[in-house]
Design a protein around this ligand. Structure first.
Ligand code: SF4
Length: 201
């Protein structure tokens, strides 16, 4: 972790948000699409619907219009409105800060719940996305395609105080150096620790 911090510093999340409400909506919108696309629609969305109560009363057709640049926008329009309705009705309009309750919300799986816990509430969690999965397998923290197993392997050996920063560092490392195709092993700050250094097909 120290070598990654020395290279990348303390990376910021790529999704733009200003509250747990905005984070939860942005995370649901970010599934299978780029953070950049999400950031291009959320300012208008949050201006029009500033909280869960407002979003809960939204018309689906209007939501679809605002978020149409995001992949799977029809499903996501339904998910974010239903999420807002559940938070409004079951949690008095306040996003819950425990994993179990978050994972009952539409569009929120374990990875998304971990992102919301970590970035929205500062609760230690190690969200495993495609970059974290790839980097963890290459370095040798895990040997599996299962994000849940990778999360268990990472959290078993990395101190909990490093989970939030570690998630962002692994993503940054995956984007900038340990790329899916053509990892830059000769410029890698953790090549000495990596099982796959220079050996990626
Ligand atoms: S040495 Fe190569 S494969 Fe290993 S972590 Fe670095 S970039 Fe990725």
């Amino acid at each position: 972790m120290a070598a990654l911090t020395a290279r990348y510093g303390r990376p910021e999340p790529a999704l733009e948000y200003g509250s747990p409400y905005q984070l939860a909506v942005a995370v649901v919108l970010s599934a299978q699409t780029t953070d950049k696309q999400v950031n291009s629609v959320t300012p208008r969305l949050f201006e029009r619907y500033p909280d869960f109560t407002a979003l809960a009363a939204a018309r689906i057709s209007e939501l679809e219009k605002i978020i149409k640049r995001v992949g799977f926008f029809r499903t996501k329009a339904k998910n974010i409105r239903e999420l807002a309705r559940l938070v409004t009705n079951l949690h008095k309009g306040v996003l819950p800060s425990d994993r179990e309750a978050l994972m009952k919300l539409p569009g929120v799986g374990r990875k998304s719940a971990n992102v919301i816990l970590a970035m929205g509430f500062g609760v230690p969690a190690f969200a495993v996305d495609t970059h974290v999965l790839r980097v963890s397998n290459r370095i040798g923290y895990a040997r599996t395609d299962s994000p849940d197993v990778v999360e268990s392997c990472l959290t078993a050996v990395i101190p909990s105080e490093d989970w939030i920063a570690g998630h962002l560092l692994f993503i940054t490392h995956g984007r900038e150096t340990c790329k899916a195709r053509g990892p830059l092993c000769t410029r890698c700050p953790v090549s000495a620790l990596c099982d796959f250094a220079g050996n990626i097909p």
